[in-house]
Ligand binder design. Structure first.
Ligand SMILES: *Cc1c(COP(=O)(O)O)cnc(C)c1O
Length: 386
């Protein structure tokens, strides 16, 4: 076995989080967002957790969707509803149609896809994205009024509009949801426009809420919720956590699914006065027992955490000494162990009474946990534990 850090995914935690959303958003279908290598958790390993538990799967790229179809064939699973919410080319759409993957139509460029589908003789299920105030992908109401999506009316030979969706701009950073409510009003207007101008049926599936809105803005839950970060047991933000307690009356249970651990490469003593790491930014004030861990920013441990971070060994905090390197961390284990035997350090996760959360690691690195998690190296070994 190689000496390398690894990631553990807790199946029990994932099941808990799904149950939380089944209860919070009762009535709505529960979909999981597996983009960004499943927020760094690993697409394949997360499929093991999510595939039978959720009602729909959202990814950003055609490649991710096709990887899900390949995983389903390999493991003899029934095909789940999979929707590509990111950019797709006309050629991608033909291939996705063949694999029964749905795609999002978000702008007038989708007319190219109609031509490609006709040429290939394929039919595609589509969800129309409305830009209700994020300023990102989607038809605006002004665009709809100008007729930008009217082409759907004459596209029924190759396209079935199964859903209409939008995405919130400002639900995580606030405790007042005024902007989100305005977006919801725009959405209702947009759906009516699609119905009157583009021939979209009244029974079309409507979806809008990501994690935060699903938790704190009940009218946003509509027909299905698209839960990303919270399905991995992470709160979108401190504001969302506060608001959820107020809106729901109790704090829903979210359990972090991922732990990140590293074995030691070597445990040894450095004498008082020794320097540690590049730039000699740390000098040992006393004899110091250190563990060299074979993990660094190449693996996704943020270099900006240098000088602030700690890891856990035997339930004790151990400071990261000096700079985070490409492939190494050096941590002070003087008081965490009593000898120089190999040890295991927890970089993210719980050890005894102590925990290092993804949020804490991200705050050391002056970023959000969305970024830290999606930067966890795809090369890291990931295993599902009960
Ligand atoms: C990323 C994303 C989500 C999930 O967001 P979370 O905050 O992680 O729940 C939902 N919908 C769309 C369109 C997204 O891009």
């Amino acid at each position: 076995m190689s000496v390398a850090s690894w990631i553990e995914l807790s199946e029990r935690a994932y099941a808990t989080n799904v149950a939380t959303f089944r209860s919070v958003a009762s009535g709505a279908r529960v979909g999981a967002v597996l983009k960004g290598n499943a927020y760094g958790h690993g697409l394949e390993q997360t499929l093991v957790l999510a595939h039978t538990r959720v009602d729909a799967i959202y990814v950003i790229t055609p490649a991710e969707a096709l990887a899900i179809r390949a995983w389903e064939s390999k493991h003899g699973k029934q095909r789940r509803e999979v929707l590509v919410i990111g950019a797709v080319s006309a050629e991608d759409c033909v291939e996705l149609a063949r694999s029964q993957v749905s795609v999002v139509a978000a702008d007038r460029g989708f007319e190219d896809t109609l031509r490609a589908l006709r040429a290939a003789g394929e039919k595609l299920d589509v969800h129309v994205h409305l830009d209700t105030g994020l300023g990102r992908e989607g038809f605006t109401n002004a665009g709809l009024e100008k007729g930008e999506a009217d082409f759907f009316k004459d596209a029924r030979d190759v396209v079935t509009v199964k859903g209409v969706l939008s995405h919130f701009a400002n639900t995580e950073d606030v405790t007042e949801q005024d902007y989100a409510k305005a977006q919801l009003a725009n959405f209702d207007k947009g759906v009516l426009l699609l119905q009157s101008r583009a021939g979209v049926g009244a029974d079309v599936q409507r979806h809008f809420a990501a994690s935060a809105a699903a938790l704190v803005l009940p009218p946003s839950r509509l027909d299905v919720v698209r839960v990303g970060i919270a399905m991995y047991g992470l709160w979108p933000s401190a504001e969302t956590r506060l608001s959820a307690r107020v809106v729901l009356g109790t704090l829903p249970v979210l359990e972090p699914v991922l732990s990140w651990k590293s074995p030691s490469q070597i445990v040894k003593w450095l004498s008082a006065g020794s320097y540690v790491g590049y730039g000699c930014t740390w000098k040992c004030a006393a004899d110091t027992r250190v563990a060299v861990l074979p993990v660094g920013y190449w693996d996704g441990y943020p270099r900006l955490a240098s000088g602030k971070a700690h890891v856990l060994v035997n339930g004790k905090r151990c400071a990261v000494l000096g700079r985070v390197m490409m492939n190494h961390l050096i941590v002070d284990v003087t008081h965490a162990v009593t000898d120089e035997k190999p040890l295991v350090a927890t970089l993210i996760g719980r050890d005894g009474d102590e925990a290092v959360s993804a949020e804490t690691l991200s705050s050391w690195a002056q970023t959000i946990h969305y970024e830290t998690m999606t930067r966890l190296g795809p090369h890291l070994r990931r295993e599902v534990v009960k």
